[in-house]
Design a protein around this ligand. Structure first.
Ligand SMILES: Nc1nc2c(ncn2[C@@H]2O[C@H](COP(=O)(O)OP(=O)(O)OP(=O)(O)O)[C@@H](O)[C@H]2O)c(=O)[nH]1
Length: 161
């Protein structure tokens, strides 16, 4: 996972697996330390199609009955769990909640399989990120690591000693 200067990070868990949400915090949150200070976070519960009471938008009448619920799973991660994680992420990043997008706006449930909410997720994140990027560009170029310059500086130092 490479996050240096990232303007947006989408953290994805599996709605039918609580462990996947816990791992986002335990294993991946620390890896976002190098993201941009104003980085936008979205917390996304994927695989919503596997859940018992999921009903895809636009699903034809009777389709759900036809599908049956034998293979459906119980939802293990609820919206409030994701919202609580989002709030902990803001705390971890030391972002004042008043200055961050509202938690309920940044937590999504999707299905990569059916496409449910996927466009909405990316459009929402995109609409938030673009103004930030435009603002940053207007403030001048990003600080970047100049590998050639570092190399040269090292060489000069070793020459002096
Ligand atoms: N039903 C369903 N299956 C999905 C969805 N997204 C991914 N999968 C399936 O889940 C499996 C793992 O998907 P990956 O994209 O490899 O995700 P991963 O995070 O590496 O793996 P997992 O932790 O197992 O989900 C694959 O078989 C995918 O086809 C979804 O929205 N719904």
């Amino acid at each position: 996972m490479y996050c240096r200067s990232a303007s947006a990070i989408i953290l994805t868990y599996d709605v039918s697996n609580m462990q996947s949400l816990l791992e986002l915090e335990d294993r991946f949150l620390g890896l976002t330390d190098t993201a941009s200070d104003d980085c936008i976070f979205a917390v996304v519960g994927n695989k919503i199609d596997l859940i018992d009471d999921y009903e895809a938008e636009g699903e034809p009448d009777g389709e759900r009955l036809r599908r049956g619920s034998a293979s459906k799973l119980r939802k293990q991660v609820h919206a409030e769990d994701a919202i609580a994680l989002y709030k902990r992420i803001m705390k971890y990043r030391m972002v004042d909640e008043a200055h961050a997008p509202a938690a309920d706006k940044m937590c999504f449930e999707t299905s990569a399989k059916t496409g449910y909410n996927v466009d909405f997720l990316f459009e929402s994140v995109f609409n938030m990120v673009v103004p930030l990027i435009v603002k940053k560009k207007a403030n001048g170029p990003d600080e970047t690591v100049n590998l050639a310059q570092n190399h040269h500086e090292k060489k000069t130092k070793s020459g002096c000693c």
